[in-house]
Write a protein that binds this ligand. Structure first.
Ligand SMILES: Cc1cc2nc3c(=O)[nH]c(=O)nc-3n(C[C@H](O)[C@H](O)[C@H](O)COP(=O)(O)OP(=O)(O)OC[C@H]3O[C@@H](n4cnc5c(N)ncnc54)[C@H](O)[C@@H]3O)c2cc1C
Length: 303
């Protein structure tokens, strides 16, 4: 089935919004990216099942996007459909000592609400942009902790439409990796939190935020760390050591504050960012023999 036919079917069947040729720059923290053939906001589980079902039958490639805070989207956009979790997936509440949250909820809101309710366990995540689903897919975290360590259960929509419950301790969590079913969409999870002293929680959050403000560029569009840290070293240190801090390509540059961040000064293209990423990777390999691997995810074709 063509994109036009699938679009017409999806528009009739879904309660959420379906758009054609939607610029991805509006959905990524880099503010970069050409149009996706389709953008679907799935407001309900029925929407999500219908969308993936119709796209699969139509043989249209699709992907899930959170807040696009770990994404470099191609200038040419994405020949496929981008699915965003809408209304029903953005709820979160506390039940029997667990924080139950939809995967489309903004992680920062969940962290703030846990604090407001005097619940401890998520302080490490303060300041990490994006959704809960994105954090789970990336096993987002800091040097102190990562989200996988507080996951009690996770519910995943499998290819084919079956919902599967997984226990947090049975999932293989690693450094920015998670052993999830391929093609699965996380729809909900419960996070382990415990009652704590509100002032101590606030103190831990403030100290994490202060460290972030001191060590990361604030205010310029970016996608956080571009590369994963190699075992026993830091990508930022390696890039700085080869003199690339401040290097510029078009409207993008390697941050003066943290060399593992590439920032958009306004109007940067994916090509600008990619050129700096390749320069950093190749120069570090040449001088140190260390191959840096991207932490950011690429969306669309970069040919
Ligand atoms: C200023 C800044 C600071 C950052 N600091 C940190 C940090 O300290 N630690 C850290 O770990 N990261 C950090 N990041 C990176 C980023 O915020 C995290 O990786 C974040 O968890 C991504 O969430 P997202 O919702 O934006 O996901 P997206 O970027 O939209 O997607 C990331 C990946 O998750 C997948 N995905 C999203 N939702 C789902 C779902 N429901 N089911 C299955 N797969 C899904 C996507 O397909 C994609 O592969 C930072 C980014 C910025 C811009």
């Amino acid at each position: 089935m063509s994109v036009a036919k699938a679009f017409s079917q999806l528009s009739k069947q879904l309660t959420g919004v379906v758009k054609r040729d939607e610029p991805l720059a509006r959905y990524t923290t880099y503010r970069i990216g050409g149009p996706a053939d389709m953008l679907i906001i799935a407001d309900t589980l029925a929407d999500l099942r219908a969308a993936t079902g119709i796209l699969d039958v139509s043989q249209i490639e699709w992907t899930v996007l959170g807040k696009g805070s770990n994404i470099l989207a191609a200038d040419a956009g994405y020949r496929g459909a981008v699915i965003i979790l809408g209304r029903d997936f953005r709820k979160h509440f506390v039940r029997e000592g667990q924080l139950i949250t939809g995967a489309g909820a903004i992680l920062a809101h969940v962290v703030q609400d846990a604090y407001a309710a005097g619940l401890s366990g998520l302080e490490f995540a303060v300041g990490i942009p994006g959704t809960v689903g994105g954090a789970l897919a990336m096993n987002a975290g800091t040097a102190d902790d990562w989200i996988g360590s507080v996951v009690s259960t996770m519910t995943v929509l499998q290819p084919g439409g079956e919902l599967v419950g997984m226990r947090g301790h049975e999932i293989a969590w690693g450094y920015r990796t998670v052993g999830m079913p391929v093609g699965g969409i996380t729809v909900e999870c419960s996070l382990r939190v415990e009652e704590g002293d509100v002032l101590s929680i606030r103190r831990r959050m403030d100290s994490a935020l202060t460290r972030r403000k001191r060590t990361q560029p604030i205010g310029l569009p970016c996608a956080g760390s571009v590369f994963r840290n190699p075992e026993g070293d830091s990508a930022g240190r390696l890039i700085e050591s080869v003199g690339l801090k401040g290097a510029r390509s078009g409207q993008a540059s390697i941050s003066e504050v943290h060399a593992n961040f590439i920032v958009n000064h306004g109007g940067a293209t994916a090509k600008d960012v990619l050129r700096l990423l390749h320069d950093a990777r190749d120069t570090v390999l040449d001088r140190h023999g260390v191959e840096l691997k991207p932490e950011i995810k690429f969306l669309g074709s970069f040919q």
